[in-house]
Write a protein that binds this ligand. Structure first.
Ligand code: 5GP
Length: 114
């Protein structure tokens, strides 16, 4: 059996992290190690998809729900303009294999993608 993901443990309240927004199938938290003035994570409640490629193939409506909540939280926590990053694969910096979108906003460094 695979280990329960850190995001599932946050969703279930096992690890403290404020859920700042949610929809039926998606929730958002602040990144514990922010790389931008506003750095949020938008995460499907299901851990069934490891990365955005699996999510897009398996449930495109859920991917659209992730993008929609990203827009909502970017409007609530910044001016609604944001950078959306899905690290995909360990070589690209992915460390948690429960798909999640990084929402970066605020005064972004042009050169930094994460
Ligand atoms: P990845 O590297 O997989 O694209 O992104 C995982 C992100 O999860 C990292 O930016 C990391 O800072 C964040 N993270 C890891 N553990 C926790 C945690 O316990 N709480 C919160 N809020 N964020 C976490």
């Amino acid at each position: 059996m695979t280990e329960t993901s850190i995001f599932t443990r946050i969703l279930e309240g096992e690890i403290p992290s404020e859920i700042i927004a949610e929809t039926e199938n998606v929730f958002a938290i602040r990144d514990i190690a922010p790389k931008a003035p506003v750095h949020l994570l938008v995460i499907p409640k299901t851990a069934a998809y490891r990365d955005v490629v699996e999510l897009a193939a398996g449930d495109p409506a859920l991917l659209a729900e992730v993008v929609g909540l990203a827009h909502t939280v970017a409007a609530e926590h910044a001016d609604g303009e944001f950078r959306l990053i899905f690290n995909t694969g360990a070589g690209a910096g992915q460390t948690v294999f429960h798909v999640h979108a990084h929402v970066l906003a605020g005064d972004l460094d042009e050169k930094s993608l994460n």
